[in-house]
Design a protein around this ligand. Structure first.
Ligand SMILES: Nc1ncnc2c1ncn2[C@@H]1O[C@H](COP(=O)(O)OP(=O)(O)OP(=O)(O)O)[C@@H](O)[C@H]1O
Length: 210
């Protein structure tokens, strides 16, 4: 078994089948690209893994243990999930960061040096910390969220279209930051070709894997 195993997972909404007997396994350190046309069920898979929704049948194992309503909290402590939604907060960026790192599921707040280094790697100036999050551009919001993910202290990532709003140079940089760390297990849903060159495995939902 891998770090994450999905077995015979079936999900339907309002009588419409989204995932049907879906199987896949992820080993520690693996880098997987998930792609497929819009609405096919890619984000649904991530939400099921994180326990944000009910599936009709099947089982999801984390490190060999079936996920249930109790141990899902431990799993959330170990997995960084970045959804497509970037409108995650109001108020100053610094306050958002403070709040995220005060959650029980997260680790200690990163140091100032790490924060500034990661901001700069994503071409953000430290001034952004004093800005109103909701007034940032789509790409700036995406980069703030990526900084939070990169500094989460966790080593398993579920990333849902996290480079969609970035220019080509930054897309490549983000791919390199996630994929070059041999200890990190990364599942990335993306339509951006930058993820493809470094992915160890591509799961194409449109090719009928589900
Ligand atoms: N909570 C829900 N209730 C009803 N239908 C839902 C729910 N969540 C998702 N769906 C439907 O399930 C289908 C799959 O959605 P999902 O977000 O997984 O697609 P996706 O492959 O990630 O698409 P995209 O690439 O556009 O993000 C869609 O038709 C969506 O409308």
């Amino acid at each position: 078994m891998g770090i994450l195993d999905v077995q015979n997972l079936s999900v339907s909404y309002d009588g419409k089948t989204i995932l049907s007997d879906f199987n896949f396994s992820v080993s520690k350190g693996e880098k997987i690209l998930i792609r497929g046309k819009s609405g096919i069920g890619k984000s649904t898979l991530f939400r099921m893994i994180m326990g944000f929704g009910k599936y009709n049948s099947g089982e999801i194992f984390f490190d060999g243990v079936p996920i249930d309503v109790i141990n899902i909290w431990d799993i959330r402590k170990k997995v960084t999930y970045v959804s497509q939604d970037t409108d995650i907060a109001e108020g100053k960026v610094a306050d958002l960061i403070e709040e995220i790192f005060s959650f029980r599921a997260n680790t200690d707040k990163p140091g100032k040096d790490d924060m500034e280094k990661t901001l700069s790697e994503l071409s953000l100036s430290p001034d952004i910390l004093g800005k109103d999050y909701m007034k940032l551009s789509g790409g700036e919001k995406q980069r703030v969220i990526l900084v939070l993910a990169l500094l989460s202290g966790k080593d398993i990532f579920l990333l849902d279209e996290v480079t969609a709003e970035l220019d080509a140079g930054l897309k490549q940089k983000v791919v390199d930051m996630f994929f070059d760390n041999p200890h990190w297990t990364v599942l990335a849903i993306s339509h951006d070709r930058e993820w493809e060159s470094k992915a160890m495995k591509v799961i194409d939902f449109s090719a009928g894997v589900n």
